[in-house]
Write a protein that binds this ligand. Sequence first.
Ligand SMILES: Nc1ncnc2c1ncn2[C@@H]1O[C@H](COP(=O)(O)OP(=O)(O)O)[C@@H](O)[C@H]1O
Ligand SMILES: [Mg+2]
Length: 337
Amino acid sequence: MEAYTVTGRIGEGAHGVVVKAKHILTGRPVALKKIPLRRLDQGMPATALREIKALQQIQSEYVVQLLDVFADGTGFVLAFELMPGDLGEMIRDATRPLTEAQAKTYMVMLIKGVAFLHQNNIMHRDLKPANLLINEYGRLKIADFGLCRIFSKKRKRLYSHQVATRWYRAPELLYGARQYTEGVDIWAAGCIFGELINKSPIFPGDSDINQLFVVLQVLGTPSEANWPGLSQLPDYKKITFPEAKPVPLEKVLPDASSVALDLLKRLLVYHAAHRLSAQRALQHEYFWTAPLPAPLSEMPRPHPDKLPPPASREYPTHLDWHAMMRPAHQLLATLQP
Ligand SMILES: Nc1ncnc2c1ncn2[C@@H]1O[C@H](COP(=O)(O)OP(=O)(O)O)[C@@H](O)[C@H]1O
Ligand SMILES: [Mg+2]
């Protein structure tokens, strides 16, 4: 902690406080996320730490970079590159509505990030606009790995279904599935895509039951025919709704182009195995038809009052952050299961 001076408060999340700080040696602005150890010994320690280690080892332009991990008092602290905005703000900013080309670029960046995570066997499980942060150049990066899991295609594990913020929660989770796949992230990406087109959430349920109702009202009541295994899901028999017919998505999102709706339909599929993979989604015609995705230079930037103070010089890129945080590595090693 001595390596940083705290310069302000950013927010209080579900897992701890996030503050703005400066790395003293380099002047680099960072976001410090404090995770109280108290919460750690309430059941998540080994896995949480394993996942942090996984994050340290991956690097993508579309994933918020974890720069440092260190112990602090009763817990530990994660230092991330500072991201001045989030996608929710960008969508809600009525002073500069997103163009179709800009929305497309956000989808490219989101799906590239998701593809990268899935290639590395990481399910994020909590994708939503508030967890997609925007840097000062307008680049979107996936953040908040508080709920992420390393998955294995071979070994079937039981997972908690109490994940993901309700509006972005895949239908299998709403039916209580304990075995699910990275398809939950694809569903969330579909909801985010719909929100980019619609400018507001497409499935804004106000309770867990209502969430399922809202989804069924649009996509129609699912059946074994379009969702094999549905009737075996833990909560399937607990919840019944009046039979609903699917509403054509062109009615739900009248402003969307037909190629955009085609992609959306392939993401918001009941049967998770039939959702497009992130890799395949990137090849969809939507990304290759006019208007083409906007270049980064034409992406909106977070508002100036949210930008970090100008650096007196460029941040050195040659510094070996991992070497600088060796004590943290040692800490993590001792906490290994
Ligand atoms: N790297 C970052 N740069 C700037 N702000 C951040 C950063 N990471 C998190 N935040 C802010 O803190 C909030 C909570 O952090 P997050 O990682 O999403 O944790 P939680 O699990 O508590 O939601 C975010 O919604 C965002 O506003
Ligand atoms: Mg969050």
